[in-house]
Design a protein. Structure first.
Length: 57
């Protein structure tokens, strides 16, 4: 079982949500502690990611 699957099952969160969170954590690396507890840690990064995604159509 993958990390995302196991975490999803244990927390009740969607597997894709777990995958996105893990990818953000990996991308932030050492800077992760700098955003912990800030607005970036509470959904702002997700909003920025959605805004930056190109729309298809």
């Amino acid at each position: 079982m993958s990390f995302a699957s196991a975490t999803s099952e244990a927390t009740g969160k969607d597997k894709r949500t777990v995958e996105r969170a893990a990818a953000r954590g990996e991308a932030l690396g050492d800077d992760l502690k700098a955003v912990e507890g800030t607005s970036l840690d509470k959904g702002e990064l997700e909003a920025l990611e959605k805004k930056a995604r190109p729309t298809v159509g």
